[in-house]
Design a protein around this ligand. Structure first.
Ligand code: NAD
Length: 470
C-alpha cells in the first residue's frame, strides 16, 4: 500500500482532506486499461467524441455546486473558482466547435503527376497531464480536452496541494461510459507523477522549472515528447507616452489576480523615468483599495496563498529586497489569519536586479517598480531573465508599443493590457528560454500537437516509374 497524503486547507491551515496515491501496479493497470480502450474511443469518430464530452459537460453542470465548493476548499478563493469552472466548460464547447475541421483528412495532388497524397493524422495513444495547484481545474483540463477530442486516452495527475475538485468531476464522468474508459484521474504527488511518465506516449507538464527539467529528462530517456509549460517572471514596460490610468489598472490586475499565483503574473514593472513617480503613486493608491477575501470568502478580491511553501518564498523575496534597499509602499508582509497565509498587494521601489524579487519567480501579489532611463535599457532589463513566458508593453500608440514588444524574448506580449493569454485562446505562442518547451497549447496547434501526421503516397498509374531500375 502507498501512504495516504493529507491535504491542507489554505484558509484554515487544517489538514482536512486525504488522497491515496495508487501503488505502482495499480497505476500501471489503470494506464494499460486506458491504452486498451483508446482505439474504441478513436473509432467513435470526432462526432462521437464530441457527444461524449458534451454529456460529461452537462453532468458537470449538474454538479456545479459541489465542484465550486471543492475548488474553494482547494484554493480558498471564490470568484476565480467560478471563472475557472466557466472557462473549463467554455473550453469543451470551443474544442468541440473547432475539432471537426481541424481533424479533417485531406487529399492533394503532388509535384509528381501520377502520385497522389492523402494526408491524415494519428493521435498518440496515451497522453499524461501533470498539473499544478494555482488553477487546479483549468490547468488539469487545458491539455486534456483537446487531447481527448483528438482521440487520445488521457491520464491526469493533478497537484497533491489542490486535489479536491477531482471528486465531483469523477461523479459526473461515471455517467459517460465511453469517456470513463479513456479519462483517468490519479491521486498523488511527485512520485506518482514520475511513475506515470513511464507509461505514456506523450507528457504534458505544467509546473515549476525544476520539476519540468526532471520531466524533460525522463521523457528524453523514454523517447516521448514532453510539452512543458513552466514558470515565468513576466515584465511590464511602461513607456513615457502610456496612459497611466490604464497602465496602472491593467498592471494591478495582471500582477495581483489570483493573489499573484499565476505563471503569467506581471512580476516586474519597468517605468520611464519621467513618469515613474506618477505611476507608482497611482499604482499604490489602487493597490490600497483591494481587500483580502477574509474573514469570509465573499469579502475581497485577494485570496489566501494556496501552497504553504509559497508563503515562505514570498516572505523571503520581500525580506531580501528590503535588506538590499527596497522601499515598501503598501502591503509588504505575509500575515497569518485564521490559520491561512495572506499577503496584501505590495508595491516596492528602489529595486534592482541583485534582488530575488526581480529575478526569481515570486508567485505572490508583489509589484516591484523600477525606473528606466532609455527604451534600450528597458528592453535590456526585461530580457535579463532566465524566463520568457509573456510580457506587457504600454505606450501611447500601438506602433510604439509593438516596436518595443518585437524586441522582447517572450512567447506572448500584451499591448496596453496585461495577462491577455489568460483571457483568449487564439494566440499561438511558444515559451522562450526556461519557461517551457513544445508546441503551442493555444490556437489550433493546441489540438494538432496530439497528432502525428501520416501520409499515404499513392501511385495512380500502372506505368514503369522513371526512377525504377530498367
Ligand atoms: P511543481 O513543479 O512543484 O508541481 C507540478 C506538478 O508536478 C504536481 O502535480 C506535482 O505533483 C508534479 N511532480 C512533482 N515532481 C514530479 C516529478 N519528478 N515527475 C513528475 N511530476 C512531478 O509546480 P507547482 O508548485 O505545483 O506549480 C507552480 C509552478 O507552475 C510555478 O512555477 C508556475 O509558474 C508554474 N505554472 C506554469 C504555467 C504555464 O502555463 N506556463 C501555468 C501555471 C503554473
Amino acid at each position: 500500500m502507498t501512504k495516504p497524503m493529507e491535504v491542507r486547507n489554505p484558509r484554515t491551515g487544517k489538514f482536512d482532506y486525504v488522497i491515496i496515491p495508487p501503488p505502482p501496479r495499480l497505476l500501471a493497470q489503470q494506464c494499460n486499461r486506458a491504452r486498451r480502450s483508446q482505439p474504441r474511443w478513436l473509432q467513435l469518430g470526432v462526432e462521437g467524441r464530441i457527444t461524449a464530452l458534451q454529456q460529461w459537460k452537462q453532468a458537470i453542470i449538474s454538479k456545479r455546486e459541489q465542484l465550486t465548493e471543492a475548488l474553494v476548499n482547494d484554493t480558498g478563493r471564490l470568484s476565480i473558482s467560478v471563472l475557472e469552472i466557466d472557462s473549463f466548460l467554455a473550453s469543451i464547447d470551443r474544442w468541440c466547435g473547432l475539432a471537426p475541421e481541424l481533424l479533417q483528412e485531406s487529399a492533394k495532388n503532388t509535384s509528381i503527376p501520377f502520385i497522389a497524397l492523402q494526408q491524415t493524422a494519428v493521435p498518440y495513444s496515451l497522453v499524461g497531464v501533470i498539473s499544478p495547484w494555482n488553477f487546479p481545474l483549468l490547468l488539469s483540463m487545458i491539455d486534456t480536452i483537446p487531447a481527448l477530442i483528438a482521440g487520445c486516452a488521457v491520464i491526469v495527475k493533478p497537484s497533491e496541494i489542490a486535489p479536491r475538485f477531482v471528486a465531483p468531476l469523477l461523479t459526473a464522468l461515471n455517467t459517460v461510459p465511453e469517456l470513463r474508459e479513456v479519462l483517468v484521474f490519479l491521486e498523488g504527488g511527485g512520485e506518482t507523477g514520475a511513475a506515470l511518465i513511464e507509461c505514456l506516449d506523450l507528457v504534458c507538464f505544467t509546473g515549476s522549472v525544476s520539476t519540468g527539467r526532471e520531466v524533460a529528462q525522463e521523457a528524453a530517456r523514454l523517447f516521448i515528447p514532453a510539452y512543458l509549460e513552466l514558470g515565468g517572471k513576466d515584465p511590464a514596460i511602461v513607456l513615457e507616452s502610456a496612459n497611466l490610468e490604464l497602465a496602472t489598472s491593467a498592471i494591478l490586475w495582471g500582477a495581483v489576480v489570483n493573489t499573484g499565483q499565476s505563471c503569467l503574473s506581471i512580476e516586474r514593472i519597468y517605468v520611464a523615468e519621467s513618469i515613474f513617480e506618477d505611476f507608482y503613486h497611482k499604482l499604490v493608491a489602487k493597490a490600497h483599495r483591494l481587500q483580502l477575501a477574509y474573514p469570509t470568502v465573499e469579502d475581497g478580491a485577494i485570496g489566501p496563498i494556496i501552497a504553504e511553501r509559497q508563503a515562505g518564498i514570498i516572505n523571503d523575496h520581500i525580506l531580501d529586497a528590503v535588506e538590499k534597499g527596497a522601499v515598501i509602499h503598501c502591503g509588504g508582509k505575509v500575515e497569518e489569519l485564521g490559520g491561512g497565509w495572506w499577503c496584501r498587494p505590495t508595491v516596492l521601489t528602489q529595486v534592482n536586479h541583485s534582488m530575488k524579487v526581480m529575478t526569481e519567480e515570486t508567485f505572490g501579489p508583489i509589484m516591484p517598480v523600477m525606473p528606466f532611463p532609455t527604451v534600450e535599457e528597458a528592453i535590456y532589463l526585461a530580457n535579463d531573465s532566465i524566463y520568457g513566458l509573456s510580457a506587457a508593453v504600454f505606450a501611447g500608440s500601438e506602433a510604439e508599443a509593438l516596436t518595443v514588444a518585437r524586441q522582447l524574448n517572450a512567447g506572448a506580449i500584451s499591448i496596453n493590457d496585461a495577462g491577455l493569454t489568460a483571457m483568449m485562446h487564439e494566440g499561438e505562442k511558444n515559451a522562450f528560454k526556461f519557461s517551457g518547451m513544445g508546441g503551442s497549447r493555444m490556437g489550433a496547434s493546441g489540438l494538432k500537437r496530439f497528432l502525428r501526421k501520416q501520409a499515404f503516397l499513392i501511385k495512380t498509374n500502372s506505368n514503369h516509374d522513371p526512377w525504377w531500375f530498367e
